[in-house]
Design a protein. Sequence first.
Length: 399
Amino acid sequence: MALLKVGIFGTGRGGDYYSLFNNNENCEVVAVCDKSLNVTENDADGRFGDTAKFTEFDEFLEYGRKNGMNLVFLANFFHQHAPYAVKAMEAGMDVLSECTAAGTLKECVDLVEAVERTGRKYILAENYPFMTANLKMNEIVKSGKLGTLLYAEGEYNHSGSNEDLARLTPGKYHWRAWMPRTYYLTHAFGPLMFMSDSMPRYVSARSVHSKLLEKNTARKNCDGTAILFCEMDNGMIARFTGCTGMASDYSRYRVVGDIASVESGGNIGPDEVRLYYFEHTKPADEKENCRVIKADLSDFGEKGKRAAAAGHGGGDFWIVENTVDCILNDKEPFFDVYRAAAMSATAILGWKSCLDHGENFRIPDFRNKEDRDSVRNDCSTPFPDENGNGATMPCAMPY
Ligand SMILES: NC(=O)c1ccc[n+]([C@@H]2O[C@H](COP(=O)([O-])OP(=O)(O)OC[C@H]3O[C@@H](n4cnc5c(N)ncnc54)[C@H](O)[C@@H]3O)[C@@H](O)[C@H]2O)c1
């Protein structure tokens, strides 16, 4: 019998995880909830079989409470995860949350305090660190071969035709129409934090307008990219994007030390990483000062082979594995609530920085009560509610 009875909230992205959970011998999806589900016709397209279906979160949670649901996967709107995470934890359930963890600084505090108060487990489902090439990079960085880490960079470029952007943005006030370019940073920044095992301390950022996006009818945010710059707690500098409209390769990462560097993406093939040494820092057992290494999921054992079929270069598979390990085997997930809140805060303060000519902001350490108090009432947001009200910040640079 499955030990984790999973409820999925939001069946777009959440639907991708339906079979990933059900294919894990420790998990079973017991309920799904989405206001767009046709419950009366009993899931006309049959995606969710006879799994219980709901359109209202509270009814879904109540069903879960009565039927042993112990894990909620949040894949609802990007900026609305924290309040639902708090509700699920208050109901005694653990939480796996899609990105971003929280839409405001206040919600970062609420989320962290809910985890501490309830003692429930919280995991951010940031999957890019677990893509095949990134796992290989991580292995190399962790081996210490690079020496002192000086610099890391990450890029996540995800553009689309006007039709694609419109399809992903159903409704005038949908989050994708109002999201500033710094906000979706977890795919560019998460892998850097993971590989270097570091936390952001200060952020400054700049955002830039795209002429092409003026033609985009579905969205109000016409910036093409934001570039964020962070001082990390290991002394390293990190430079990364949010989700961009830059005409460049899908994603790329680079970690640079004083002895060697390692990178993926760009001109380097899929599932490959490039390791570079100076001639004078090359170890005796390295023939070349620069070589491309093929990353193979079978390097990661039997589970690696199973990951090969999963989305995002195997990343989605490892999210389920890591979640099971965290809840059933008490293994701390890398993206715990403190790292998750730090990433959301970097996105929000990064945007404040863009609006203030690159002003430098200190990122709260959410383990620290004084730091929490400094942002406890900060509800600034660029996202309007479903009636178009409530946004307190612009979502793009003026042009
Ligand atoms: N990690 C990844 O690779 C990845 C990929 C895609 C999406 N995502 C994340 O997944 C989340 C969902 O994205 P998406 O692409 O599915 O698009 P989306 O945000 O448009 O879909 C959210 C779904 O949740 C439902 N929903 C929202 N609020 C609800 C409520 N109060 N009650 C009932 N249903 C509600 C909506 O009807 C919708 O179907 C976002 O946070 C996004 O960032 C992550």
